[in-house]
Design a protein around this ligand. Sequence first.
Ligand code: NAD
Length: 381
Amino acid sequence: MLFAQVKVGVPKEVKAGERRVALVPEAAKKLVDKGFEVVIEHGAGDEAHLSGAEYQEAGAALGSAADAWAADAVLKVAPPEPSETPRAGGVLIGFLNPLTSPDLVKRLAADRVTAFAMEAIPRTTRAQSMDALSSQAVVAGYRATLAGAQALGKFFPMLTTAAGTVRPARVLVLGAGVAGLQAIATSKRLGAMVEAYDVRPAVKEEVQSLGAKFIQIEVQQDGEGSGSGEYAKEVSEDIQRRQQQLLADRVAAADVVITTAAVPGRPAPRLVSAEMVRGMRPGSVVVDLAAETGGNCELTAPGSVSVKEGVTIDATLNLPSQMPLHASLLYANNVVNLLTHLAPEGELALDWDDEITAGAAVTHDGEIVSERVRDAMGAPA
Ligand code: NAD
């Protein structure tokens, strides 16, 4: 081998409630086969039911937290806690919340870490295999639907039994991006009648192809709500108010409302008011996936499940962590695809003209290299 082998470290996640791991054995094997040396902290896969023996079989070594953090490239799920530090000059890949974590970003720059934020991977066709926000949103949309079905005192499917016939549940999905489309698909599989609304009319066909009804609200002017790529942009307050008026009837008719509306870098749009919740039948359910950014429902209390006006409001955070095995498997594939993009021949070769490398990088060589992050921090260029 002509170059020094890149050592990849995977520490155990320490954030409370985080059950995922950044690399599963299958993904570790892919890296080993490409010539990387992989060290996994003892117990890193425990919460996802992945044993140390499975990692060893894949060709990885087991080590201490210090061994994992001393690697050339550290792979993480949650942002590092203050006690967790990559080595100076090393690479860090993980969810970093860079737009809202100025202290972490400053620390990584000061430590001369080259940090890549998985949430900053561009949502483009080329970067699709690295798009961890999407892979985890698929898990969240699925789990949100199961949570809604579980909390509802009714069947989702129509049933004809000797004891009588029950009508199918009505599910309303607000926001038909990645999580919303998965919520629609899962609700349909469970037999519910599904309606969906999104501010981007472009998603109508996708919604209909899943067998759901698309709610058309003729309030936006041309292009209003459609942002760049696959993302939405914020709509005006006036339009938001008119959307709410038009959605009130649909919310009242629903047994379960799953809200997933999001605009990158902005607080979640408020789509379901307290008054709309009061209009729902007691026993109905709202599952608010946008809780992390404030919630789409006025009554959302992020991180909790509460009953208000007889309606269950589920604002559980970090749903992917509830399904740690498959969430980790998909995330690990995203991370491996990014790492092998950054180090195609097993050696780091950062091409700053590449939109994926430049788009995902937050800090490098002592600098904050992301313009969006600098803007969010109000820092000079
Ligand atoms: P996405 O960008 O793919 O989809 C969001 C959708 O909301 C877009 O289609 C957008 O057009 C739509 N939207 C924006 N403003 C709207 C409005 N005013 N009215 C109607 N629709 C509107 O995002 P995603 O990956 O599907 O994630 C959706 C949400 O789920 C985000 O808030 C994300 O943070 C959250 N999420 C939560 C968890 C969890 O565990 N709770 C996990 C993953 C994702």
